[in-house]
Design a binder for this molecule. Structure first.
Ligand code: AMP
Ligand code: MN
Ligand code: MN
Length: 326
């Protein structure tokens, strides 16, 4: 049975005794990152602190665009010189903070994260790679500091967990504590039904058509062990959507018999390609380690990287690299 390790007293004391905090998360924030930031923000507010939220964005996905105004895009010098504590959540290396990484340089930094790869950073760290989400790590912090979890906070904690667990799909045997924590949140007023609507609903028709196109474009390599799909710049004009199609795309492509690795290439601009990786439950391929070879990172089964190469070249390099692992 898995148990969360105790949180260092030094970290707890810092949160108890300091007055001003900035809560940060990784660029292109996902559900776990934003929910962790919100839950950490509420925790510190409940402890009576002055708290700021910051994220380099972008906030252009429909489900998060309304949050943009709550987050600072920069740390101004007045705030910096008050010497706040930087609390970084769901972020495996300083460069994943985007331009904010340099802006908090020199501040006392505490990191709460669950990524298995990346660069150790921060003055203090509480890293639990076996935690399904960073929000479940923040939940441990609520317990350790004996702060009440309201219904609203419980929703944040559940939402991050739902995002990173593929709504319970990626939880392994003997990890009952994950379900027990989720059950606690449901007893605090979270409706998994409402959370699912929030996670998967509200998309445009353009989004669904874009997803269909990406499935249509998928190709298989190495006897079907690798499946890839790509999106080029011109898709932006054809399919008007700011949403990431990837999660459903990965689910569809991973459902093909015999597939081990799925890679999605997205041309961000000429010569810059975003790469998303997933590997199947049975596969021995560690896509986090693979992504790290290309300057990215993530987890064994889900990872990403931004490669400064043309999309055609990036595809070639990645197909070759996967071939060596299969
Ligand atoms: P995504 O495909 O964006 O859902 O990302 C899957 C996982 O990989 C998440 O845990 C991300 O935090 C991580 N990840 C995505 N892109 C990067 C990157 N450029 N560098 C490091 N980790 C990443
Ligand atoms: Mn994340
Ligand atoms: Mn996460």
């Amino acid at each position: 049975m898995f148990k969360y390790p105790p949180i260092d007293d030094q970290i707890l004391d810092l949160l108890r005794t300091k007055d001003e905090f900035i809560v940060l998360g990784h660029v292109s924030p996902d559900g776990d990152c934003l929910s962790s930031q919100m839950a950490m923000y509420s925790l510190l507010l409940k402890l009576g602190k002055t708290v700021h939220l910051a994220n380099a964005g972008p906030f252009d996905r429909s489900e998060i665009s309304h949050l943009r105004s709550d987050f600072l895009a920069h740390i101004d010098s007045e705030l910096y010189h008050r010497n706040p504590i930087a609390v970084v959540v769901d972020c495996s290396s300083p460069d994943r903070l985007g331009h904010l990484g340099a802006e908090i340089d020199g501040l006392t930094t505490v990191v709460f994260d669950h990524h298995s790869s990346g660069e150790q950073f921060g003055t203090y760290r509480y890293i639990v790679p076996r935690s399904v989400s960073t929000t479940l790590i923040i939940m441990q912090l609520y317990k350790a500091l004996d702060v009440e979890i309201s219904q609203e906070i419980a929703e944040h904690l559940f939402f991050g967990f739902a995002t990173d667990s593929g709504f319970f799909r990626f939880i392994n045997a003997y990890r009952g504590e994950t379900l027990r924590l989720a059950a606690e949140l449901v007893d605090l007023g979270v409706s998994p039904n409402v959370m699912n609507d929030r996670m998967t609903g509200g998309k445009s028709l353009g989004y669904v058509k874009y997803l269909g196109k990406l499935i249509d474009r998928s190709e298989s390599y190495y006897d079907g062990k690798l499946m890839i799909s790509s999106s080029c710049l011109s898709d932006r004009d054809t399919y008007i959507t700011t949403d990431k199609p990837s999660d459903l795309l990965y689910t569809m492509l991973l459902s093909v018999k015999g597939v081990e690795v799925v890679i999605f290439f997205k041309e961000l601009e000429m010569g810059v390609t975003e790469v998303g990786f997933r590997s199947s439950h049975q596969s021995t391929v560690d896509v986090g380690a693979l992504a790290e070879q290309f300057g990215g990172g993530g987890h064994k089964k889900a990872a990403g990287a931004t490669v400064h190469q043309k999309i055609s070249e990036t595809r070639k390099l990645l197909i070759e690299a996967v071939g060596k692992l299969l």
